[in-house]
Design a protein around this ligand. Structure first.
Ligand code: SF4
Length: 928
């Protein structure tokens, strides 16, 4: 062959790579913080040959950069996961011991029959509650769990299950996480990246930070290490691990002392003008002042009329009032006696006395002048705090977050473009979530269902006409959770973990807990039970009911759960008679399961990507290729399992099941109810119904259907819907504007869904008063994990979404291809550890083996381990979760207080993992 011919052949072969016979829309329905990037997927001969960002999102606001081309490196090689070595394509049944890795292939019918019988055995022995289904962060996988609604078996609340939660934001606002859309970052004059690393965690959107800088904004990064986002910042505040509250409160003190605070915003939007009794530290309340008045009526001192007057409950509008922020006053009680009262702001001033920048600098190790400088900038600019899930994962993360929000409150920095906090929120799930609930196909049924919701509002607000729609929705969720927790709905798993996962002993360890706790964890737990704060259906039964079945779809609990295998394999696994993993691959949990059911991958089924308030789009995912071999879409698996449960229950005469509340559950007709008499079985019909329903609900434009989604790929929301965090965003979606939350509060003066109906910084709950946490404060991170040389920090990795891409060969080749920690050269040298050495990271809870990457960006005394590595990637198969004790903060058991009350996805104890005490031992040193 001549050289020219060879060249031709090579060129032809190269050109041939870029040929395809089909192009479809694709995305990745995982919680990739939170993703939603529209892709084009190219298929040839039934195989995926390429995927790329579509770059098709519209310009929203003139002058603001668009979101294109949303995407990350994991998404750019997602197709490789379809054929990865850990892919599973046929139902597998364990053939050896759990974890031994021996499997036999079985038919779907055999697998489903044995799983259904295993579940019914558990129901007979322990009740429906013993069949535990785990909520997981993979959106599409939820459909595989749909049998739980029919069986009435519980699903763990995702908030606690994957341990992503901002408790301090919730305590203050009574909301999960109000977030701006990513393009709204562009409007900020000052972005404070705090406990976050968007260069890793927000790859598709990080450009808005740099674009904000190009348009004159400044960026500050607050992090213990010089993290990859710091490189692109104007200032770095290298805060000592766990001392962020001290830093924030020092800034607050500067702002108040220098008179830089936004008085009107504080008076109008916060509880700081509300009067507190100096004798008890409790708010002055209506039922103390007037017969028959409400306990949740609060007061302020109007400097204009010189009177103690009720603060309006139905509006934030001040009108002519000028509530005092300082001073001491007398208030008359019902019995004629007088008590001394003062505004919460006055108490705040007292609290801040210990936070002079010089004093705080000694605590948080940030230069006092720098503290002043950033405080003054925040007070004079549109400021946004780019927080993530990190803060809430600290033991005292709630105090840190309350302090961060206080900084924003004092400076009037929420409820306008370019301000607020940025964490995570989703919405617009109504079409898919309510498809079955509407009872029959068609959009008339959808509209009727919505009309029922609207009608229920009147009933729910009968005792209080001042309730906002947001408050009514919260009240409905609280009531539903109490009744439905045993009917296939979510429940807070803390009680299950306490009684059945072995955490009771750990949570009672005084040496791992806050030394300021006045009593043992047990005593707080018992008091919360006795007072009925958690007397929803699932709080108490775990004392008696042992879990028998664990069902997980699209998750990896043995990697994820703080405490890891050390806790779960020892305490939970022996109680389980059946463990089912539904996944497209064999992960660590799969290895220790009894059955693995093979799920279709993201380009092998239809669906939508994470419906995130960060981009406000419905992002369509089409079926590009058929699932290989015996793999099936999650929805098919959920329907098939429901059908099999129905069949086996009938065969076994189990027609009337009872749960521990005595409620009757019948599986008869369950499949027909789930599928609306088979109407939803077909994937195309189901998704057409979902999109049409979303249009009927006002979430998508009128006329939206599967056909229009297939044409456009991405459609921006027109409304929030009821399901998700939409109403908590409290801002109307505008077609030509970026989204910023809170504007119903700041512009329309609607009250907040908190006890005091204002952003609440003063929590006069008896436990908070006892702990000295009625106001934000700094408290040292306890020695959870042990009083050891290092503190372990973590974060979203650059290379994976949870553990899902950590074994992708393409991604492995972009880093060292093995798990690693980052360590400072000084610390490594002192221990004789070199770059690339394997070490053992040890805490009181466990250990893991891992290699070392030396980096001068790491703070001495810090160990950084970005999460996501599978245990089996480590020698001996222990990973990060195994050194994390999984402590929860005792105060988060508090209840019976306004918004400190459980409803799905909200207030509940969630384990923490940042700042765990560890040692680093050179290889060959003794173990635990
Ligand atoms: Fe976007 Fe997530 Fe896909 Fe990456 S993995 S491209 S962030 S949807």
């Amino acid at each position: 062959m001549s050289g020219a011919e060879q060249q031709q052949t090579w060129a032809d072969r190269y050109r041939d790579k870029w040929k395809w016979d089909k192009v479809t829309w694709g995305s990745h329905a995982v919680d990739c913080y939170p993703g939603g990037c529209p892709h084009r997927v190219y298929v040839r001969d039934g195989k995926i040959v390429r995927e790329e960002q579509s770059g098709t999102l519209n310009v929203i606001q003139t002058g603001v950069p668009d979101m294109n081309p949303m995407g990350c490196q994991k998404g750019a090689c997602w197709g490789y996961l379809h054929d990865s070595p850990d892919r599973v394509t046929r139902p597998l049944k364990r053939a050896g011991e759990r974890g031994e890795g021996k499997w036999q292939e079985v038919s779907w019918d055999q697998a489903l029959t044995e799983i259904a019988d295993g579940m019914l055995d558990a129901v007979e022995e322990q009740g429906v509650e013993s069949v535990i289904t785990l909520m997981t962060p993979e959106l599409g996988a939820a459909a595989a769990r749909s049998f739980s609604g029919a069986l009435g078996s519980p699903v763990t609340d995702g908030n606690a299950e994957f341990q992503d939660w901002n408790p301090g934001f919730y305590i203050t606002w009574g909301k999960f996480n109000p977030v701006p859309s990513a393009d709204d970052w562009f409007h900020a004059d000052l972005i404070i990246i705090w406990h976050n690393n968007p260069v890793y965690s927000a790859i598709p959107w990080y450009h808005f930070v740099t674009e904000s800088r190009y348009s004159g904004g400044e960026v500050v990064t607050i992090a213990p290490d010089y993290n990859p986002s710091t490189i692109h910042s104007d200032y770095h505040l290298p805060v000592r691990i766990g001392t962020d509250a001290a830093l924030a409160l020092a800034m607050c003190k500067v702002i108040i002392d220098e008179g830089l605070y936004n008085r009107r915003f504080v008076q109008e939007q916060t509880d700081l003008p509300l009067l507190v009794r100096t004798d008890s530290g409790r708010f002055l309340r209506g039922n103390e002042v007037g017969a028959g008045d409400r306990e949740d009526q609060f007061f302020w001192y109007d400097s204009k009329s010189h009177q103690v007057v009720p603060a309006p409950r139905g509006t934030l509008a001040l009108g002519d009032a000028n509530p005092a922020l300082e001073g001491r006053f007398k208030a008359k009680l019902m019995d004629g006696s007088e008590v001394e009262v003062e505004p919460a702001f006055q108490r705040l001033r007292e609290r801040l006395k210990g936070y002079e920048p010089e004093a705080a600098a000694k605590v948080c190790e940030v230069n006092a002048d720098l503290i002043r400088k950033v405080a003054r900038k925040a007070a004079t600019r549109r400021t946004m705090i780019m927080a993530g899930w990190n803060t809430g994962k600290s033991y005292h993360g709630d105090l840190m977050e309350r302090s961060m929000v206080l900084l924003l409150a004092l400076t009037g920095n929420w409820g306008k473009h370019g301000t607020g906090t940025q964490s995570w929120a989703i919405s617009a799930l109504d079409g898919v979530s309510l498809a079955t609930a509407k009872g029959r196909p068609g959009q008339d049924a959808a509209r009727e269902l919505y009309a029922q919701f609207i009608g229920a509002r009147r009933f729910l607000s009968a005792d209080d006409v001042t309730l906002t729609t947001e408050m009514i929705a919260n009240r409905a969720a609280e009531m539903a959770s109490a009744r439905l927790a045993t009917m296939g709905a979510w429940f807070p798993p803390v009680f299950l973990w306490y009684h059945q996962y072995g955490y009771r002993e750990r949570w009672n360890r005084g040496d791992w807990s806050d030394p300021g706790m006045k009593r043992t964890f047990d005593e707080y737990f018992q008091e919360a039970m006795d007072k009925g704060w958690w007397d929803t259906a699932m709080a108490k039964i775990w004392k008696d009911v042992e879990p028998r079945v664990l069902f997980e779809a699209g998750g990896n609990v043995l990697r994820r759960h703080r405490g890891g295998q050390n806790m779960l394999l020892e305490h939970l696994w022996p109680k389980l008679k059946l463990i089912v993993s539904v996944d497209f691959r064999i992960n660590t949990t799969g290895i220790y399961s009894d059955y693995i059911l093979p799920a279709a991958q993201h380009y092998e089924k239809m669906g939508v990507s994470m419906p995130a308030c960060h981009h406000l789009n419905a992002v369509f995912m089409d079926r590009a290729v058929e699932p290989p071999d015996g793999a099936k879409p999650d929805w098919d698996i959920g329907v098939m399992l429901t059908e099999k449960l129905e069949e086996r229950a009938k065969a076994r005469g189990m027609t009337n099941l009872k749960n521990h509340r005595g409620m009757s559950i019948s599986l008869d007709g369950a499949t027909a109810r789930l599928t609306l008499n088979d109407h939803l079985r077909d994937e195309e019909t189901r998704w057409d119904e979902v999109f049409r329903d979303d249009a009927a609900y006002g979430i998508l434009p009128e006329g939206t259907s599967l056909a229009t989604m297939r044409e456009k790929g991405t459609v921006r929301w027109t409304g929030w819907g009821f399901v998700g965090h939409g109403l908590a965003q409290a801002s109307t979606i505008e077609p030509d504007k970026t989204h910023n939350p809170f504007r119903w509060h700041t512009e329309e003066k609607l009250p907040y869904p908190t006890l005091t109906r204002r952003a609440q910084f003063y929590i006069d709950h008896e436990w908070f008063l006892e702990a000295g946490e009625e106001l934000p404060a700094h408290k040292e991170n306890p020695h959870h994990g042990g009083d050891r040389q290092f503190r372990l920090t973590s974060g979203h990795p650059r290379w994976s979404i949870h553990s899902m891409n950590m074994t992708n060969n393409i991604i492995l080749n972009t880093h060292r291809g093995e798990p690693f920690i980052l360590l400072s050269p000084e610390d490594a040298q002192a221990k004789g550890i070199g770059n690339g050495d394997e070490v053992r990271v040890v805490s009181d809870a466990g250990y893991l083996n891992i290699s070392v990457k030396l980096s001068p960006s790491v703070r001495p005394g810090q160990v950084i381990l970005y999460n996501g590595f599978e245990p089996y990637q480590h020698r001996e198969w222990f990973s990060q979760a195994d050194v994390e004790p999984g402590m929860v903060k005792w105060l988060h058991m508090a209840g019976g207080y306004g918004h400190l009350k459980y409803r799905p996805w909200h207030w509940q104890p969630v384990p923490v993992d940042r700042g765990v005490g560890v040692d680093v031992e050179a290889a060959g040193a003794s173990g635990k």
